[in-house]
Write a protein that binds this ligand. Structure first.
Ligand SMILES: OC[C@H]1NNC[C@@H](O)[C@@H]1O
Length: 448
């Protein structure tokens, strides 16, 4: 057994998102989001589940903060629902919406927990989608307007700001693969959305700097480690395309102000071109104070003509799988963050999400012995330590998620929480993984 110790200033946290936990979908003036529309469209979400109630954190946020305090986290990452602030996306500010987040932020600070806020975690006001959503460049200005209200309302209280969560999901998962809201399946549209979201990110960073807001600002991309199954040039090229689809397509504009040319050419061959306007790339690559990385999995691929968007098929090489059918590939975390550090430099990194979904069983005495999830965390904590030891500027880790919650198109059947949510009673029951992480935080390390 080896002792794993983390730096004393390492930030341990957990993460959630507004639509997945809040519920109260029509309370205090909240307007409809694209996820209210999508989840109520037959066939889009498992079992017809939706976020009308979710974990009811809108009313139970004090219970959530108590769980966070008991866990011992230094920070809590959550998102603000744009439709609570601007029910129609722009126009009059809904003060009751702001009031909810004032209570959450003040409660966290009183508990000695740093609020880390994501401005956009997918719940776009439906009124903006009705005008083209992220395909319409006007949405960029609407996002900056919304961001400015939040910056000013919480300046000095919120010190860590994330503009977007997983722009790949907002663009390609939602507008090319069609699996998330708004459910489009058009490659050019997805390329437009990805670009406009990144411009919106850059414009919000500019506004943050202009206003002199306290704290640090960054963005979060979900990086996926993907390797060629063989050393053949075809496999290498296919795997590179597939990996760049998740990684370089977003990281390169953010840090280098360019798109990866080999993928620009590939998309052009598929009839999709990036709608770059003069100044966009400079805006996107505004200096950021940290990069948030969500990591879940990785895999191996090989060339297969006409397979998917990149002539690439995933090869099963025997990984253990989570209940999402995702490979458990903890080494992939070490590889992807080492690659990011090598490629994009010394910008501080926070793992803003990492966690696993397994079929949890609640015992008679309201316990969940989630051995596999504990093992998943342990394996990834070991890689976090390896990264720090190798000089990668990894500053913190947020477990996904504090609570079982609405897992998008999978509804409530897929549980990622370290706390079990009973969706009938809305009771919260800490799982064994919660107590494992509580101990790791208390000792800032563990016996590997
Ligand atoms: O799929 C698990 C998580 N992945 N990142 C974004 C979150 O909203 C998801 O629940």
């Amino acid at each position: 057994m080896a002792r794993i110790d983390f730096p004393k200033d390492f930030v341990w946290g957990t993460a959630t998102a507004s639509y997945q936990i809040e519920g109260a979908w029509q309370e205090d003036g909240r307007g409809p989001s694209i996820w209210d529309t999508f989840s109520k469209t037959p066939g889009k979400v498992f079992n017809g589940d939706n976020g009308d109630v979710a974990c009811d954190s809108y009313h139970r946020y004090e219970e959530d903060i108590a769980l966070l305090k008991k866990l011992g986290v230094k920070a809590y990452r959550f998102s603000i629902a744009w439709p609570r602030i601007f029910p129609q996306g722009t126009g009059e500010v809904n003060e009751k919406g702001l009031d909810y987040y004032r209570k959450v932020v003040d409660g966290l600070i009183a508990a000695g927990i740093e609020p880390c806020v994501t401005l956009y975690h997918w719940d776009l006001p439906q009124a903006l989608q009705d005008k083209g959503g992220w395909d319409n460049r006007d949405t960029i200005d609407a996002f900056v307007n919304y961001s400015e209200v939040i910056f000013k309302a919480f300046n000095g209280k919120i010190k860590q700001w994330i503009t977007f969560n997983e722009t790949w999901c907002v663009s390609f998962l939602s507008n090319y693969l069609g699996l998330h809201a708004p459910g489009n399946t058009d490659l050019q549209l997805a390329v437009n959305v990805a670009h406009h979201c990144m411009v919106a990110h850059g414009e919000a960073v500019k506004k943050f700097r202009e206003l002199g807001i306290e704290g640090e600002i960054g963005t979060t991309h979900n990086l996926y480690w993907f390797e060629p199954y063989s050393t053949s040039p075809e496999d290498a090229a296919a795997a590179r395309r597939n990996r760049a689809f998740n990684n370089e397509w977003f990281m390169e504009p953010t840090f280098k102000g360019t798109y990866p040319q080999f993928l620009v050419d590939w998309f052009k061959g598929k009839g999709a071109e990036v709608p770059i306007l003069p100044g966009d790339m400079e805006t996107i690559s505004q200096k950021i104070d940290f990069i948030g990385v969500n990591f879940y999995s990785g895999g191996f691929g090989r060339y297969k003509k006409d397979e998917g968007l990149f002539d690439c098929e995933e090869v099963q090489v025997g990984f253990d799988k989570t209940y999402m059918d995702w490979n458990v590939y903890a080494d992939g975390l070490y590889k992807v963050l080492s690659w990011a550090h090598e490629e994009y430099g010394d910008t501080p990194i926070y793992i803003t999400e990492n966690g696993a979904c397994y079929e949890d069983v609640l015992t008679e005495d309201n316990r969940v012995h989630d051995v596999l999830r504990k093992e998943y965390f342990k394996k990834h904590f070991i890689q976090c330590h390896r990264l720090i030891e190798s000089g990668v500027p990894l500053k913190g880790y947020f477990a996904w998620s504090l609570l079982d919650n609405f897992e998008w198109a999978e509804g409530y059947r897929k549980r990622f929480g370290i706390v079990y949510t009973n969706y009938e009673t809305l009771e919260r029951y800490p799982k064994d993984s919660y107590y494992f992480i509580q101990d790791v935080i208390k000792n800032n390390g563990f016996e590997a």
